[in-house]
Write a protein that binds this ligand. Structure first.
Ligand SMILES: CC(=O)N[C@H]1[C@@H](OP(=O)(O)OP(=O)(O)OC[C@H]2O[C@@H](n3ccc(=O)[nH]c3=O)[C@H](O)[C@@H]2O)O[C@H](CO)[C@@H](O)[C@@H]1O[C@H](C)C(=O)N[C@@H](C)C(=O)N[C@H](CCC(=O)O)C(=O)O
Ligand SMILES: Nc1ncnc2c1ncn2[C@@H]1O[C@H](COP(=O)(O)OP(=O)(O)OP(=O)(O)O)[C@@H](O)[C@H]1O
Ligand SMILES: N[C@H](CCC[C@H](N)C(=O)O)C(=O)O
Ligand SMILES: [Mg+2]
Length: 484
């Protein structure tokens, strides 16, 4: 590709040789290979323009930077753009141009991973070659891989989409995290539909206010989806109104789901411990659904996923039937085992207030004894949520064990102290393995144990090192060690 072929993205100033060959694009100077374009973005830790000289040294053919940034020592062409992150996304989609034909993105505070997984499963059930991309990685017919970010950065994302399309994947569901939306990671993805699950407190370390957080989420609807595209919105959430408003103003086709939904209306639901029986109305017809998942909130996620599949062409009957075969995403109210006295132990990924509240409330009706919860909060993340989660656990569980999550660079005891400030009666056991063993050992008949916060994760990050650690394995080991 020549620089001239990218003139619609990169305004080439007079004097710059437009015939120059370019071989790829990156925003990380350390990844520059000869002939690549380096895009200098301003990040949370550094300003990419500080690495322009490094990129040049490694053979960059051109540097893209924000308007007004002066790069005096640079000899290769410097191309100024208004929004370098947008340019990065657009360039990535040019170098890796193939994308599955039908792509959808789901945003919201909780339920994204579950909805992305369910949508893929519905498509698979209907016979499509489908993929899902998100917190638990990439799942596709030929792969099941771990990924570092929920919404990959544009270069990684477009490389992946190009490969998936090459592997014959026609349908892909993605999670749109607020970071991803804010950082333009999805701006060149050709989305056919979008969805919203709910909004609560999250990532307050990154977004200055809840309004900024909502604004980032709304970008999916007011900036990314093409006019006329379906927007599937969970209507029972208190924040659905601004999302519906943004979607309507952007000329999208608003499809609401839930008890207050018009597209898929939840008429009746009966919650059982390990399944949910629902009656859902679609186009005037009632469908009985036996959803084989624990957790009342999974009904909402299943409806959003079915809405996305139907809106993108899966026959409604097939989509709704497929709900009866769904498997939960790993680590989402995942039943790992049961003590000999019948007490169940779940691993769950609730690491934010609303999720913890939901999961504790959803097991209460099936618990004749005590609800026991083991959890902590991650370091280098929103500090404000710590006492809030402590308070929620104290209010909704009978036994609260506060332990470590991923302390990262913070002092673990200080994180626990912040959680304990909201949970004065809690037991403190820093070592997560020991906390899980203690909780499993206390299980009496009728109790339910939730090990919350790390879900599918397979490591624990302490300082800069990540040690192998799996809540699933620890629970299984603790159950084995329990005296019969
Ligand atoms: C806060 C945040 O979102 N950071 C992400 C972001 O980094 P950044 O733009 O802030 O980068 P920075 O470190 O300030 O550096 C600025 C620029 O200088 C460049 N640089 C830096 C050093 C160097 O030697 N050369 C060089 O060119 C960097 O590549 C970067 O382009 O872009 C990077 C590349 O895409 C990401 O790896 C990085 O994710 C960090 C590791 C991260 O932890 N992100 C989390 C918070 C995140 O994005 N989470 C969401 C939500 C999760 C969920 O709720 O499910 C997600 O989508 O995963
Ligand atoms: N619809 C929902 N409403 C409320 N809580 C939910 C909902 N769906 C899932 N949860 C809770 O949130 C946790 C994470 O679910 P999931 O991974 O599907 O969401 P997510 O939006 O992808 O979260 P993350 O941003 O952490 O990746 C679950 O383990 C459960 O505790
Ligand atoms: N994607 C989220 C996951 C948090 C999971 C929790 N276990 C923690 O480490 O805080 C983040 O990186 O903020
Ligand atoms: Mg997720």
């Amino acid at each position: 590709m020549r620089l001239a072929d990218l003139a619609d993205i990169l305004p080439v100033p007079p004097g710059v040789p437009v015939e120059v060959e370019v071989t790829g694009v990156t925003s990380d100077s350390r990844a520059v290979r000869p002939g690549m374009i380096f895009v200098a973005v301003s990040g949370s830790k550094a300003d990419g323009s500080a690495y322009a000289a490094d990129a040049q040294e490694r053979g960059a053919a051109a540097i893209v930077a924000g308007n007004g940034i002066s790069l005096e020592s640079i000899r290769v062409p410097v191309l100024a753009v208004e929004d370098p992150r947008l340019a990065l996304a657009r360039l990535a989609s040019r170098f890796w141009p193939r994308q599955p034909q039908t792509m959808v993105a789901v945003t919201g505070t909780s339920g994204k991973t579950s909805v992305a997984s369910f949508t893929r499963q519905i498509w698979e059930h209907a016979g499509y070659a489908a993929a899902s991309i998100g917190t638990t990685g990439v799942v596709a017919p030929d792969r099941n891989e771990y990924g570092a970010l929920t919404t990959p950065d544009p270069v990684a994302l477009h490389m992946l989409l190009d490969e998936l399309a090459g592997e014959g994947v026609t349908h892909a569901s993605m999670e749109a995290s607020s970071h991803g939306l804010d950082q333009r990671r999805l701006d060149s993805v050709r989305l056919a539909a979008g969805a919203f699950t709910n909004l609560g407190r999250d990532h307050m370390d990154y977004h200055p206010t809840v309004e900024d957080y909502l604004k980032a989420k709304l970008r999916l609807f007011d900036a990314l989806l093409p006019k006329g595209a379906p927007a599937v919105i969970f209507a029972d959430d208190e924040y659905s109104a601004p999302v519906i408003e943004a979607a309507s103003s952007a000329g999208l086709q608003v499809l609401t789901v839930g008890r207050q939904g018009d597209f898929l209306c939840l008429k009746r639901v009966e919650h059982e411990r390990h399944r949910q029986r629902a009656e859902v109305q679609y186009a005037g017809e009632i469908h009985e659904i036996d959803l084989p998942l624990a957790g009342d909130f999974q009904v909402s996620n299943a409806l959003v996923a079915a809405g996305l599949a139907i809106a993108t062409g899966t026959p409604a009957r097939d989509a709704l039937k497929a709900l009866e075969t769904l498997k939960g995403a790993p680590g989402r109210l995942d039943l790992v085992g049961t003590a000999a006295n019948g007490a169940p132990v779940y691993v769950d990924y609730s690491h934010k207030p609303d999720a913890l509240e939901n999961v504790l409330k959803s097991v209460r009706p099936f618990t004749t004894g005590r609800v026991i919860v083991v959890f902590g909060c991650g370091g280098d993340r929103d500090r404000g949520k710590r006492p809030i989660m402590g308070e929620i656990a104290t209010r909704l569980a009978d036994v609260v064990i506060v332990t470590d999550d991923n302390p990262r660079s913070e002092v673990p005891a200080e994180i626990r102290a912040a959680v304990l400030a909201g949970a004065p009666g809690a037991i403190e056991i820093g070592d997560r393995r020991e906390a899980i063993r203690t909780a499993v050992a206390m299980l009496q008949s009728g109790d339910t144990l939730i090990v919350a916060g790390k879900g599918h994760e397979e490591g624990q990050t302490i300082g800069t090192r990540t040690f192998p650690f799996s809540d699933h394995e620890e629970v299984r080991a603790a159950l084995r060690e329990r005296p019969a």
